[in-house]
Write a protein that binds this ligand. Structure first.
Ligand code: FMN
Length: 206
């Protein structure tokens, strides 16, 4: 018997630790989205969260192109997705294409942290989504050059990810057995000893 959306969300939540913001426990990347629109008000909150991200020289190199299911922007973003992602993202009410400006506006030199800053802003967006009871799923599986062409993205912008966004749907709605299996599987993370060090090869033991 497959799990309901509610049960899956309980399973996917990260173990809570006192003092860690609730949104960090709520956020995960679902593939099944409910047939429920995301309000303009909610979208505004997500982009407000992204807007206040820190960035190198406060350049704010990020740009978000938002498509709502049924509009031409959504269709153009969807068309650039790889087949695997098309298979599940077809029900996402919102698709967002992200890009980063790779030149500093104050002197025109290369901003080698542009993609880093875009990633940080995207993270803020996904955390705000979690706090609002929404779900976001970032994707690298798309053709960035097709997306660039579809929107006329200038060469000095790097294409980042596509983010699928909406409310959590029922896992069985995915149809495909493989997708349902990963939608209902527990999440895994490396232990802190594998990512936090006091020397290059010495775990900090935190
Ligand atoms: C940059 C990036 C690219 C990703 N690309 C894809 C993708 O193309 N397709 C997909 O299904 N998931 C994709 N994911 C989702 C990851 O697989 C997912 O974040 C990871 O398994 C951890 O799961 P969690 O987000 O639920 O914690 C991507 C995530 C990131 C951050």
């Amino acid at each position: 018997m497959s799990l309901t959306a509610h049960e899956v969300h309980a399973l996917k939540k990260a173990p809570s630790m006192e003092g860690v913001l609730p949104a960090f426990h709520e956020r995960w990347s679902p593939r099944s989205f409910a047939a429920r629109e995301v309000s303009a008000e909610a979208l505004k909150k997500l982009f407000e969260a992204a807007r206040w991200t820190a960035s190198s020289y406060n350049e704010q190199p990020w740009r978000f192109i938002v498509g709502l299911r049924g509009d031409g922007t959504w269709e153009k973003i969807f068309a650039a997705l790889g087949e695997f992602n098309k298979n599940w993202a077809k029900t996402a009410p919102v698709l967002i294409l992200t890009a980063a400006h790779t030149r500093f506006s104050h002197n025109g030199t290369e901003n080698r942290h542009a993609l880093y800053d875009l990633g940080a802003a995207s993270s803020y967006l996904t955390l705000e989504a979690a706090a609002l009871g929404l779900a976001a799923h970032q994707m690298a599986g798309f053709d960035p050059e097709a997306a660039r062409k579809a929107f006329g993205v200038p060469a000095e912008y790097l294409i980042g990810t596509v983010i699928a966004l909406g409310y959590l749907g029922e896992p069985t709605a995915l149809g495909d057995a493989g997708l349902i299996k990963s939608e209902t599987a527990a999440r895994a993370r490396k232990p802190l000893d594998e990512i936090v060090f006091s020397e290059w090869d010495k775990a900090a033991g935190i």
